[in-house]
Design a protein around this ligand. Structure first.
Ligand code: C5P
Length: 413
């Protein structure tokens, strides 16, 4: 498959995923997993063990996937090779939940039903999602089996801790379907940022007026979060310095929550060591109230004047202080007029390697939306337009261009 930013932003599009469901109580979560995969345009085939059908009916998976579910070697389509074909034609096999039994069978090469036989013959990538009682999970036999499978190149998404169906607390919960999906995205994405450290800022800063009020802006944080997720999917170690957002923290990313621009500055500078790239997608308040009132400001006077002072420009400081070997700097410019002129000026005055300009007055781009349309400006004067894309695809496009600059720089050094 040709790897474009659009494909990287939609890694399941046109991909075949086999979901193996085994007999644990978390089998009901596999139904949601299949629904999410289908929603992301994957072709999904489901194989169930006989025990899994005691928990959820195959009919549920047939309705969700739009394909016949296979649970036995003897009910295939007559060709007799589906256990071979499924595992070789798939892009990914997800076993969720994976019981101690299927893990043991896979580790020892036992093939006594359709799913275990398919796993043995598979050439596709395999992701196992163990889910079971804590004692079973911690049993050295199970752990040895998992280590063996990891050594052989299979991937394992470790279970979470929490309340279990057996009315105990501990390790063994199947991760939420969204988190399994995120791990699957990573497995389907080329790891071209492996070994790289990327720092992303996102969201709006909040500058307090008093203990209950603040000055802020309409940034949702979606673009910065998409960048952090995309960099992690491509193998980078990611630090996300996040102002206020309503978004769920991305899995596998170190999230540092901040309030004001001054907090953000401190967080960025203290985590800069070893960074290959800094992408500043945060909407930082340019000004802050000179003093924050210690108590709630009371209603009274007809007019209230707020005295504001300038915040430090974090990106400009980074640009001015970076020497030859400093991290690659990518800025964002949100504008409502004269987009290119303003962006060009920021690229120059902040000493950036690249700036991503978006017109935040458009309805389908900029703040709050899931789509974006950006212009990327480079130091050599080039301007590249993205067209209307999902924010995930824009994130991959920005990373593609940033990686090209880094690679060129390394070749010239
Ligand atoms: O505010 P301005 O339009 O100049 O923002 C452009 C870029 O500079 C953005 O990438 C933003 O995150 C960054 N910035 C910053 N510190 C500020 C203001 C903006 O790092 N105080």
């Amino acid at each position: 498959m040709v790897e474009t930013a659009v494909n990287k932003g939609a890694p399941f599009l046109g991909r075949r995923v086999v979901v193996g469901v085994t007999g644990g109580i978390a089998a009901y979560k596999a139904a949601e997993l299949v629904r999410l995969l289908v929603r992301e345009a994957a072709e999904v085939l489901v194989a169930m063990t006989e025990n899994a059908t005691r928990f959820v009916s195959p009919l549920t998976f047939e309705a969700l996937s739009g394909h016949r579910v296979i649970r036995s070697m003897w009910e295939a389509d007559g060709t007799g090779i589906e256990h071979i074909a499924w595992g070789q034609e798939a892009d990914l096999i997800l076993v969720a939940p994976a019981t101690a039994n299927i893990i043991g069978k896979a580790a020892c090469g036992i093939a006594d039903d359709f799913l275990s036989t398919m796993l043995l013959a598979a050439t596709a990538k395999i992701l196992l999602c163990p889910s079971m009682n804590t004692r079973m999970f911690e049993n050295p036999v199970l752990q040895e089996n998992l280590s063996r499978l990891l050594q052989r190149g299979l991937s394992v998404l470790m279970p979470g801790a929490g309340a279990l169906a057996c009315r105990t607390e501990g390790r063994g919960r199947l991760p939420e379907p969204e988190d399994i999906l995120e791990e699957a995205r990573r497995l389907l994405t080329p790891q071209d940022l492996e070994g790289r450290k990327v720092l992303v800022t996102a969201g709006a800063t909040r500058e307090p007026i008093d203990p209950v009020r603040y000055v802020s802006n309409r940034s949702s944080g979606k673009m910065g979060y998409a960048l952090a997720r995309a960099a992690r999917q491509r193998g980078a170690a990611v630090v996300l310095v996040s102002g206020a957002t309503a978004l769920k923290p991305p899995v596998g990313v170190e999230v540092v929550g901040v309030g004001t621009a001054l907090d953000m500055r401190q967080a960025v500078f203290s985590r800069l060591v070893g960074c290959d790239m800094v992408i500043k997608a945060a909407a930082v308040s340019d000004y802050r109230p000179k003093t924050a009132a210690p108590q709630k400001v009371k209603k009274g006077a007809e007019e209230l004047n707020l005295e504001m002072v300038k915040n430090p420009d974090i990106l400009k400081e980074l640009g001015m202080s970076k020497g030859d070997g400093g991290p690659l700097l990518v800025g964002f410019a949100a504008e409502t007029e004269a987009l290119l002129e303003h962006a060009r000026e920021k690229l120059r005055s902040k000493n950036l390697d690249m700036i991503v300009a978006n017109d935040v007055s458009a309805a389908d781009a900029g703040f709050q939306t899931d789509t974006n349309r950006v212009k990327m400006l480079f130091r050599d004067g080039r301007v590249e337009e993205s067209g209307l894309l999902s924010k995930d695809a824009v994130a991959h496009l920005v990373l593609d261009r940033a990686m090209e600059i880094l690679t060129r720089r390394r070749a010239e050094a």
